[in-house]
Ligand binder design. Structure first.
Ligand SMILES: Nc1ncnc2c1ncn2[C@@H]1O[C@H](COP(=O)(O)OP(=O)(O)OP(=O)(O)O)[C@@H](O)[C@H]1O
Ligand SMILES: [Mg+2]
Length: 346
């Protein structure tokens, strides 16, 4: 649906987006995820035609749109902060693009009515936009973009201005809209929970580059770099060294893992680490003292200070086990080889 080849954007001496390739498929709900300043908005604006790329080409639905402005692309964008017209009411905001396109009055009314029903804002159509709550403004901004029936809907941090509860509700709404419309949605976020909760594919950006792209399960389960490991979810990062197909951890364990000689980092998610005073089951085991055990609701977080001074976290959904473990006690932490990821550092 959308094909980017060698697309880059420079602002003076700053490479906001480094040359990158990206394919967005029809029906995708793609998240562009990364920390503040990594180039997400710039990339989205380049796709929408609000910024011309410094190099590279953009194709949408088989048509080269690299040189076309936003009004001539089959895209529509919901901006960070929504950008509603303050002097118009909700109906006028939503119908603005249709009126510009000189559609007949009855057709405009029909389409506004249809999209208002879909977005559940029928009751708001005659309201002034400055009298709307944040969540209502968000719905109006979405309706204003969707009423144009874009092939690709671009959303810049669509839920960032909402509180946690409303964000969760709007996530469900967005998933429902995407299902019902069946369109291609691309959204930008710095919130990993939002990316995991909404997208069927995630492109992780770091300093102007897409460093990994895949399904949420891929990105969370098999992160390829340290950055991706720690940016998405919590991760233990354990240093080690590989020689002749054996990895030795600085914390003491040793196991077989073919690959090039040199420094490595083992990534293991805390919920895949088991802690116990007797040797817990697992292929890799390290030992130390229990430094902290805190009940966090869904799980207990154990922190173990290993003999080499490093820390390791384990999350255990079974809170009853906490009773048996005393702070300062000698404990072991173990996990299975299949659950860890090995990142080559050289
Ligand atoms: N019009 C511009 N002129 C010069 N530099 C810009 C311009 N727009 C963005 N930048 C710079 O490009 C880099 C990427 O900016 P961008 O807005 O794409 O980041 P972002 O990932 O969307 O960040 P955030 O999560 O904070 O919105 C930043 O260093 C920013 O200062
Ligand atoms: Mg931004």
């Amino acid at each position: 649906m959308v094909r980017l080849r060698g697309v880059a954007k420079r602002f003076g001496a700053l490479d906001a987006v480094q040359p990158l390739d990206l394919d967005i498929h029809r029906g995708d709900f793609l998240a562009i995820l990364g920390p503040s300043g990594c180039g997400k908005t710039t990339l989205l604006r380049v796709i929408g035609g609000f910024l011309a790329p410094s190099r590279g080409t953009i194709e949408i639905d088989g048509v080269d749109v690299t040189r076309l402005g936003p009004e001539r692309r089959p895209t529509n964008m919901v901006f960070q902060g929504y950008g509603l017209f303050p002097h118009m009411n909700v109906r006028q905001n939503i119908s603005y693009g249709l009126r510009l396109a000189k559609l007949a009055r009855p057709e405009i009314d029909r389409r506004v009515g249809e999209i208002a029903a879909l977005g559940r804002i029928e009751d708001l159509l005659d309201r002034e936009v400055h009298r709307l709550s944040g969540g209502q403004q968000q719905r109006v901004a979405l309706a204003r973009a969707l009423v144009m029936r874009p092939k690709v809907l671009l959303l810049d941090e669509p839920l960032a201005a909402l509180d946690l509860k409303l964000r969760q509700t709007m996530q469900e709404e967005l998933r429902r809209l995407h299902r019902e419309i069946g369109g291609t949605f691309v959204f930008v976020t710095h919130d990993q929970g939002e990316a995991l909760g909404l997208a069927n594919r995630i492109a992780v950006m770091e300093a102007g580059r897409i460093v990994q792209e895949g399904t949420p399960e891929d990105i969370y389960g098999a992160p390829r770099t340290r950055f991706v490991s720690t940016f998405i979810g919590e991760a233990n990062m354990i240093p080690g060294h590989r020689r002749d197909g054996m990895i030795e951890l600085a914390a003491g364990a040793m196991f077989q893992a073919p690959g090039p000689d040199g420094p490595v980092t083992i990534m293991i998610r805390p919920q895949l680490v088991r802690v116990g005073m007797d040797k817990p089951t697992g292929d890799v085991m390290v030992s130390g003292r229990l430094e902290d055990a805190v009940f966090l609701g869904p799980y207990v977080r154990y922190r173990v200070r290993l003999d080499n001074g490093a820390g390791i976290d384990a999350h255990d959904a079974d809170a009853r086990r906490r009773i048996g473990l005393e702070i300062g006690a000698r404990v072991h932490a173990a996990w299975t080889l299949a659950d860890q990821r090995i990142i080559d550092d050289s």
